[in-house]
Ligand binder design. Sequence first.
Ligand code: ATP
Length: 247
Amino acid sequence: MSDEVEVPESHPRYESLLTRHRIERGVDRGITSRQGLIAQGRGEAYDYLLGERTIQSADRAERAAAAYLLQAENAVISVNGNASALVPGELVELAEVTGAALEVNLFNRTEERMEAIAEFLREHGATEVLGLEADGRIPGLDHERGTVDADGIESADVVLVPLEDGDRAEALGEMGKTELVVDLNPLSRSAQVATVPIIDNIVRAIPNVTDHARELRDDPDAQAAAIEAFDAAEALSAAERAIREGE
Ligand code: ATP
């Protein structure tokens, strides 16, 4: 993270303050919704209890997620208001390293917010941003919530959905997709239905998935091993233990 706030990097709560600042900036720019502010508060509470660190099982999840993205036929990184406000450049970099597409996908979809997020991603180096065609559907959701791009999320075999709402995560799972979820709450429905639940703060998770992807990029055996070594149920209970017992 960099120097956008007037707080010294040595401040013990530096990352947390910078994260809040980015969310505020997102609201000011019309990127983050009011519900996004509430979601941020919930995430922060879990992160505090986790010790604001990437626990070992989350690192294994991040490695497995990198392997799935690299092996995918058609991987899509779904980007919502909070994700784009917090890690715009990092999402663009992950897309580049893994060959995944970026698609804006909002819980509370408005054309203004879709455009603002696409523009913000372009400012951070994205060349192509999906989501604006709105010619695809996720079955089982109402119109606004289920609208996606036909050549993006609708046809993807692997989707990375950071901070996804539980209903949509379930519906994507029912479409048979390999779902990689970033969510600090191991008990949220999104985390529970994910093929790979990453119980970590998105600001730590995305750069770490990218690092793993760089390492695994030319090594199919190591990719298979990363997937093999990951157990979703075990990762969820390890995170819950870390939160409840500080392990
Ligand atoms: P469910 O998935 O069961 O519907 P929910 O209603 O709490 O749960 P949402 O509000 O739709 O979920 O999504 C917000 C989720 O994102 C919360 O679980 C929250 O902990 C998580 N979250 C918020 N900020 C971050 C962050 N920076 N990194 C990772 N996860 C975060």
